[in-house]
Design a protein around this ligand. Structure first.
Ligand code: MLT
Length: 262
């Protein structure tokens, strides 16, 4: 789908009359992060999962962009698919985009799932770490970046005993380019803080987090759930930053009933 001057890969499925659910992956992954959820949902829901700009097989890696462009892209995808109001499911960076979308386009939101994410913008220390990461991936390449990222994203048990999950995550990272990763780091460093919006969210919200997530720890998820009226919080034992891959059954046991009620 051509959106805002960029070609985005958008996978769609499910009945046209089903409740629309849009799945937003984290950084630096792609829409296949959600393969399991896509399969579980497409019998009942109208599902869309895209490679966000500068990720996977979508374009846009070669041009500087702002975090807001990801939100524009989400809006463009909804418009392109003729979807008025969607359930938006976002993991980590996808959750940052979902929260900014909730702030900017509340009327287009039906329900919200926030997985392993937070509302705060980067601290100065975080921004400097993004700059260092961007430099490193440009100098050392994506493979080295992937090996540095895996131990931060996955629980020790996943790393040691789930080689297929490790290979999948590595494969998604290797599917991104150094320019795309560096550009996304710069864009994330410039994103705004959505904390002030949380108390104004009026749609059903599910907050999920891996109990061992070190990148967006359970304390961030608890803060989201406490601030969003009526939000439900589920912590998933044995998982870190990617609970839908690390503990898929527990993740779907939280997600599916929520979506059926949305
Ligand atoms: C992600 O998984 O999207 C990233 O870890 C988010 C971030 O770097 O802030």
């Amino acid at each position: 789908m051509r959106v805002n001057g960029v070609d985005l890969l958008v996978r769609t499925g499910g009945p046209a009359g089903g409740t629309p659910v849009v799945l937003l992956h984290g950084f630096p992954f792609d829409h296949t992060l959600w393969d399991g959820e896509f399969a579980a949902l497409e019998g009942q829901f109208r599902v869309a999962a895209c490679d966000l700009r500068a990720h996977g097989r979508s374009g846009g890696a070669g041009t500087p962009f702002a975090f807001e462009d990801l939100v524009d892209d989400l809006l463009g995808v909804l418009d392109g698919l003729g979807i008025d109001r969607a359930v938006v499911v976002g993991l980590s960076m996808g959750g940052y985009a979902a929260l900014r979308f909730a702030e900017r386009e509340p009327g287009r939101l039906r329900a919200l799932v926030l997985a392993d994410t937070k509302s705060a913008a980067d601290t100065d220390e975080g921004r400097l770490a993004r700059a260092a990461g961007a430099r490193k991936v440009r100098e050392s390449g994506v493979a080295a970046f992937a090996e540095g990222f895996l131990p931060k994203a996955l629980a020790k048990r996943t790393l040691e005993s789930r080689p297929a999950v490790v290979a999948k995550v590595r494969g998604m990272i290797l599917g991104c380019t150094a320019a795309g990763i560096a550009g996304t780091l710069v864009a994330m460093a410039g994103r705004t803080d959505t904390t002030a919006t949380l108390g104004r969210i009026r749609v059903p919200t599910l907050v999920v987090v891996g109990a061992e997530d070190a990148l967006t720890p359970p304390a961030d998820a608890r803060a989201l759930a406490a601030a969003i009226p009526g939000a439900r919080l589920v912590e998933i034992p044995g998982a870190a930053h990617l609970p839908n891959l690390e503990e898929p059954e527990a993740f779907r046991a939280a997600l599916l009933p929520f979506l059926r009620g949305a």
